[in-house]
Design a protein around this ligand. Structure first.
Ligand SMILES: Nc1ncnc2c1ncn2[C@@H]1O[C@H](COP(=O)(O)OP(=O)(O)OP(=O)(O)O)[C@@H](O)[C@H]1O
Ligand SMILES: [Mg+2]
Length: 320
């Protein structure tokens, strides 16, 4: 689904990792992301949801220019992202917030120095950088803490520092990879609200990744559902939550929102297969309550269900 005013576009992006598997350690290719296309508009918050290991972080890192796709293209305002993003025209325009802010902050640097670091690449002087970092830290609710070190903060505060750091270059896009998964429920809400406030103030677009559909539905106007490296459904949050079309989306909904949705909505059975041996046909068929012979043989095409809403299931009725 490509719109003309797209800020970030992923076009048929795949990522394969070489891995050794089996008793003899034979080299194989693991397909973590398989032919994924989507576009992210200016100031939009787009959700990416799916079970652990389905390829969300791999896609997020590619969308942020941290990892090169094996196939396909990623474009920022129509220009293809180069391999060494950090030293290119795209530097600072894409930022990432990780699940564990402790590992993304240097323990030997004061938080002001860490937050200021993305500005160094832009040639901003040290004093000016540190001052800007202090201002940004106040904006995320941490006033006068710039001379302290990361270990002196709680998990929630460290995530605030990571958000401040990501905002320093006023990026077009911030990829938030499970930004609240390591935090307890009360702190989760604070960080989600902070991300919303910061979006109002600085208007970055978010690619918001989580395994938790509740969190994604709270944050995002549009949601993409991923399974075993493929997108199976994507659409506006309200349509998706009320009338999920794919049995996998329905299962995620019944698991996380406890809601009965149209159609099956039975809870997920069994385990996600290994991406080293993806099932033939529709990748979800071994766990799908509706699977029939065609699902074991043929990969379903995208079917359009409405404006910006599409699904990949043999049994969904598309509109012409
Ligand atoms: N560098 C790598 N080398 C080999 N395999 C990898 C590498 N990075 C990821 N993978 C594999 O790719 C698949 C997708 O991993 P990824 O981390 O993108 O999943 P995820 O959806 O983010 O999972 P989680 O919710 O647990 O964070 C997994 O099977 C993983 O083992
Ligand atoms: Mg991940």
């Amino acid at each position: 689904m490509m719109s003309d005013n797209a800020l970030l576009q992923c076009q048929e992006v795949s990522k394969q990792f070489p891995v050794k598997s089996g008793f003899l350690g034979k080299k194989r290719a693991l397909t973590a992301v398989d032919t994924v296309s989507f576009s992210l508009g200016k100031g939009e918050c787009l959700g990416l949801v799916g079970e652990s290991g389905c390829g969300k972080s791999t896609l997020g890192r590619m969308a942020c220019g941290l990892l090169a796709p094996s196939k396909g293209k990623i474009l920022l305002q129509g220009r293809e992202l180069p391999l060494a993003c950090a030293q290119s025209w795209a530097a600072g325009r894409l930022q990432m917030v990780f699940q564990d802010p402790f590992s993304s902050l240097n323990p030997r640097m004061t938080v002001a120095a860490s937050v200021a670091e993305p500005l160094a690449a832009r040639g901003v002087g040290r004093q000016e950088r540190l001052q800007a970092a202090d201002t940004m830290l106040s904006l995320v609710g941490l006033e006068g803490v710039g001379r302290r070190y990361p270990h002196e903060f709680s998990g929630g505060q460290r995530q605030r520092i990571a958000v401040a750091r990501a905002l320093m270059t006023r990026p077009d896009v911030i990829v938030c990879d499970e930004p609240v998964s390591a935090l307890d429920a009360s702190v989760q809400a604070q960080i989600l609200n902070l991300l919303c406030d910061m979006q109002e103030q600085f208007s970055p677009a978010y690619l918001f990744i989580s395994h938790d559909l509740n969190v994604v539905a709270f944050m995002c106007q549009r949601i993409m559902v991923m399974y075993l490296g493929r997108l199976l459904e994507d659409g506006p949050r309200d349509e998706l939550v009320k009338h999920a079309a794919h049995p996998y989306t329905q299962a995620l909904l019944s698991a996380s929102l406890g809601e009965r949705v149209t159609g099956a909505g039975s809870p997920l059975q069994g385990e996600q297969p290994s991406p080293l041996h993806p099932p033939k046909g529709c990748v979800f068929h071994p766990r799908c309550p509706r699977a029939e012979a065609i699902c074991r043989k043929e990969v379903p095409e995208w079917r359009v269900l409405g404006e910006n809403w599409r699904v990949r299931c043999h049994f969904s009725e598309g509109v012409a």
